[in-house]
Design a binder for this molecule. Structure first.
Ligand code: URA
Length: 209
């Protein structure tokens, strides 16, 4: 029920009324993140890909390149794709949030997790991508992607890992975010987390066959 806070629906267009909607991600002012980013980073891949993979937000290198998953997380993701025998080029790859959110740490730009309001604001773009691509399976990598895809603020990764959910006519498969796997300090645990990502991607592939 309401009190338990189990489901907080994210209302459409919560961040801004529906007038003057941006036509390009670079022109988006639905939240404040554009001010600190080099550019908006949209999705990449076939227009009608059966699988859409959703990350969190562009990182430092993605912000500079204007493409998703070209940095360290992308390199790990490439290894996941290879091991799962899924062609990266065959999936539509995007992020829940399209502008890089960061804070300065010395000379580096340190990733900051987007807040709910920013995820909501940017859902505008994910919705456009979903409507165009119409994937059969959405792979949500990490909690931010999962919240955005399901439009629920309180859904947890743990609840959905390994259990596909039917949502708006598509399957949603949750896997770890590659940056999480990169941060796991223990080598055996890292391997295990990596294997779970592979397993999840294989499951996504099975669901489209
Ligand atoms: N992490 C993400 O979630 N997305 C990217 O594009 C890069 C790193």
């Amino acid at each position: 029920g309401r009190r338990s806070g189990a489901t907080i629906p994210i209302t459409p267009e919560a961040a801004q009324p529906d007038r003057e909607q941006p036509s390009k991600i670079d022109e988006c002012r639905r939240c404040e993140l554009w001010q600190f980013a080099t550019q908006g980073v949209g999705g990449e891949g076939p227009k009608r890909a059966p699988i859409m993979v959703v990350g969190e937000q562009p990182g430092d290198q993605e912000d500079l390149a204007g493409k998703p998953f070209v940095g360290p997380a992308g390199k790990l993701l490439d290894r996941v794709f290879a091991q799962a025998e899924v062609d990266r080029q065959s999936v539509y790859l995007t992020n829940a949030v399209k502008h890089f959110k960061w804070e300065p740490r010395g000379k580096r730009r340190l990733h900051k997790t987007p807040v709910q309001r920013e995820i909501e604001a940017c859902h505008y773009w994910l919705e456009k991508e979903l409507a165009a691509v119409k994937p059969k399976v959405i792979v949500a990598m990490g909690a931010t992607a999962l919240k955005s895809v399901l439009r629920r603020a309180t859904v947890t990764l743990k609840d959905t890992l390994g259990k596909p959910i039917r949502h708006d006519g598509a399957w949603v498969v949750t896997i770890y975010h590659p940056s999480y796997v990169l941060r796991v300090p223990d080598e055996a645990a890292k391997q295990e987390a990596f294997s779970l990502m592979v397993k999840g991607l294989k499951l996504a592939q099975e669901l489209i066959e």
